[in-house]
Structures are given as structure tokens and as C-alpha cells.
Write a protein that binds this ligand. Sequence first.
Ligand code: MG
Length: 289
Amino acid sequence: MPGEIAGQVHTHADGTTHAHGAHGADHDHDHDHDHAHGHPHGHDHVHGQDPHPDHAHTPTALQVPGRDTQTIALEAAVLGKNQALAERNRGWLAGRRVLALNLMSSPGAGKTTLLERCIRDLQGQVGIAVVEGDQATENDAERIRATGVAAVQVNTGTGCHLEADMLQRALQRLQPAPGSLLMIENVGNLVCPALFDLGEHARVVIFSVTEGEDKPLKYPHMFKAADVLLLSKTDLLPHLRVDLQRMIDNARVVNPGLAIFPVSAYSGEGLDAWYGWLRGELAGLGAAA
Ligand code: MG
């Protein structure tokens, strides 16, 4: 149970602390997490040496007036601990030549649908395993398992992003095969997931053509942090008043180095170019392609 609430730092009865950023102080801490290791637990258990600070937000919050140095120091500690675990994951994955991609987007951009299509198209050519991150439900993992590949669902409760320790536990369960592709579908939002390295090889933002041309300018951290941008749902373009080129230009203003692929999971348009990128990365790791 939460102990005291001091400003934006919450101290739990077991001594663990959570640093809060741009959130209001009104959200519920007495929540449960159903982690990848399969035993749901609340925050009133003893964390021991493994606190999981799941509400750390955000370097941008450093600009918020009135935040004290203690809060900022805690955020730095939370991000630092995550970074250390992410590096451990990265080493584990590299040792097995597993190509791990962190897929990030708003809710509804079509991550799971695109994943289903990619799995159908690439199955038999490369081993694939999936980690599904959502606040609640097993729905997406069940959709992925229906394609025949292994999937672990990670529910983050009120958490708005995956963290490196969650991926670590999911990897222990999944045990992806050497030379395989690991797709990590992050919790849907364009803010928090950008701040937490999971140890992935590359970050892929999925951004649907229905979302508005100026999203890359409004959410620059996500687009800056990405290696690849998949512009999804291009089959809808004839029905929209949206300028695809302007979307691409806005993304490049924020991150000139982005590899950008307009794709449609329904028509299949553009997917060959995306698969070409994947094969190149797999070959670069010495993995099967
Ligand atoms: Mg999904």
C-alpha cells in the first residue's frame, strides 16, 4: 500500500519509491500487475531487491516548474536502473543473434494487425516470437498465438510503457530461438515508451495515415527515438484528406535519419520494402533471413 505521498515522490510501505512526472497526483497506486512471470501481485508485497518503478516519467517533465531536485534525482535513478537492465537484455539478445524490435504507436495505429500480417508473410523464412504489452487483457497475445507463433502478454496495469525488467522476464519465458525475430509490441501511446530502452536492436514507430500530418511535430521524442517509421493503413488514403508526403516531411524534420515505409496490412502495399529492411538487419546480425 502506498505510504506517504510527498510531492511527486511516492514512498511505499516496503521502502520502494516511485517518481512521478507530468502526472497529476491523483492516480491509483493500489493496482495489480500481472507480469510476464505469471504471478499477479499488488504493490503491498515486499519487492526485495527488485523494485519495479513503473511510473517514471519523463525528461520533458524537467521543464515543469516547481519540481524539486529530489524528484529529478529519483527519475534519473529510475531511468538509470532501467538502462542497466536494458544493456543486459541487449547482450543476451546479441549472444543469440535475435533481432529484437520495439514497436511503438498510439492505440489503434494497427500494430497487432500489421504484426499478424508480417508473421503470415515471413513464417517459414525466419523464426518469430512476440511480446505483447498492454495495460490489460490477453487479447493481442491470443491474436498472435492464433497465427502459430509463441507470444507472451505483459500487462502493465496503470503503467503506460514496457520496461527492461518486464522484457527480461518475458524473454525467460519465450526463450526465442537463435537467429530469430523478436517483435515487442509496446503499450499504445506516443509519449512514455520512447523514454525506456528495453535492450532492443531497433525502434519502430507505427503511425497510421489517419492520425494527422503534424503528429511527428507534436510528439517529437517518439519520432526522434525511432529508427524506422511504418506509415500504416495506406489503403485508407483515397478516403482521407491527408497529404502523405507532408507526413513524411514532418517526420524527417524531427528525425532525418528515419527509414520510412508506407504500408498497408490489408492490401500488402509497401510490405516488401519493409521486409527488405528486416532481412538486411537479420543478415547484419548473422541471423537467418
Ligand atoms: Mg495491439
